[in-house]
Design a protein around this ligand. Structure first.
Ligand SMILES: Cc1cc2nc3c(=O)[nH]c(=O)nc-3n(C[C@H](O)[C@H](O)[C@H](O)COP(=O)(O)OP(=O)(O)OC[C@H]3O[C@@H](n4cnc5c(N)ncnc54)[C@H](O)[C@@H]3O)c2cc1C
Length: 356
């Protein structure tokens, strides 16, 4: 009988891990306290890149580069089994000043990424485009759709998803987890994987008092424009615009240390609106159609924890991806599956190990 893995949390980390484990022959169940894919993974922009990759250290860039190399095949496999199109599109990203041009040059050279010339459509639409750095290789996905596609892929691979099932605690026996509790019952499996995003440390409680995962709020506005109004992602000084194929433009985002408060604020709306019209003056006066927030699973230096618990031999974690959980999803799912399946790891797991 195949090993049974019970996953807690149905965001992109949980769904991607579940699909990977089920595709490799394991029996997988997933518990989600609400509907799957409604938290940080839904709220994000879907940019498949670090915003300024040269600002990050090797652990972040290694995981991201591994993920980006996997993405085309991962999406192709997803498209074979899911009905929903995740809208994976290599739109490119324009980075406007200020940024460290020398560090950017070094980073591009190290990866043999040449500088393509700026497409005419970008130059025509973004007034400041000529001052920027054009990264043609950057792609995006549409968050609600990739989550739906992953859920469909999980179901087609036999993952059993239990929604409206909030885990209230873990039971242990010696050096093992013996079950997880919801209000209704105790759920048991061979191995347990926590992918509860910003809530991971709260859920583990005293089982892992030093887990450095905390909620970091990000607010986003959505505009409806004509398709083609903005042809690419634009980033400037912490803010970005991300165009979807149907003309929707996401504008974000804030970085706020406010605990588990998901409120949206007028101050953030004004800031993001100002940013949007600075970058794309044609949007001046256009009212956003939606304003939301999400809680990122924040970690020091944006380094996730993808590891087995140091004291509980059948407990694993895949969380803390902070600003890049969508970008890092395929490589993180592969790595946690490597550890659970006792395969030789695809990348060095040590930077992502569980803190003592
Ligand atoms: C505004 C914003 C913009 C972003 N932009 C990008 C971007 O452009 N590119 C990128 O790569 N990343 C981006 N991110 C970051 C990315 O979205 C996150 O890193 C990623 O979604 C984290 O995924 P997750 O599955 O760990 O967490 P989540 O999506 O939050 O999923 C955790 C799940 O666990 C469930 N859960 C929690 N507690 C329990 C419990 N006790 N029992 C059962 N279930 C539980 C929750 O309900 C939730 O569904 C952005 C995030 C935000 C907020």
């Amino acid at each position: 009988m195949a090993k049974h893995v019970l996953i807690v949390g149905g965001g992109i980390a949980g769904l991607a891990s579940a699909w990977e484990l089920a595709r490799n022959g394991l029996r997988v169940s997933l518990l989600e306290r609400q509907q799957s894919g409604q938290e940080s993974s839904w709220a994000g922009a879907g940019i498949l890149s670090a915003l300024l990759p040269w600002d990050y250290g090797r652990p972040v860039n290694r995981l991201i580069q591994t993920s980006l190399a996997q993405f085309p095949m991962w999406i192709a496999a997803l498209r074979q089994v899911a009905r929903t199109d995740p809208e994976y599109r290599p739109t490119g990203m324009l980075v406007l000043p200020p940024f460290d041009a020398q560090a950017a040059d070094r980073w591009l050279n190290d990866r043999a990424l040449g500088l393509d010339s700026l497409p005419a459509a970008v130059a025509a639409r973004v007034p400041a485009a000529a001052t920027g750095l054009w990264l043609s290789h950057v792609a995006q996905v549409r968050n609600p759709r990739i989550l739906r596609a992953l859920r469909e892929a999980c179901e087609s691979a036999g993952v059993v998803i239990h929604e409206m099932s909030q885990v209230t605690g873990l039971k242990t026996a010696g050096e093992r987890v013996s079950g997880v509790m919801t209000d209704e019952r105790l759920w048991q499996a061979d191995d347990y994987l926590l992918t509860a995003g910003a809530w991971s440390a709260q859920l583990l409680g005293s089982l892992s008092p030093n887990l450095p995962v905390r909620p970091v709020r990000g607010q986003m506005l959505l505009y409806q424009t004509a398709p083609g109004t903005l042809p690419c992602i634009v980033y400037r000084d912490g803010g970005y615009l991300v165009p979807r194929a149907d003309g929707l433009i996401l504008a974000g985002s804030t970085i706020e240390d406010v605990g588990f408060d998901k409120a949206i604020t007028d101050v953030a709306e004004q800031e993001i609106r100002q940013f949007t019209t600075d970058i794309l003056p044609v949007l001046a006066g256009l009212e956003p159609v939606r304003h939301w927030s999400g809680l990122r699973p924040g970690t020091p230096e944006n380094i996730p924890i993808i590891a087995r618990h140091p004291g509980l031999t059948n407990l694993y974690l895949n969380t803390g991806h902070f600003r890049y959980g969508v970008t890092m999803a395929p490589a993180s799912a592969t790595l946690i599956a490597d550890l659970i399946l006792a395969r030789s790891p695809s990348i060095d797991p040590s930077p992502y190990s569980w803190p003592d």
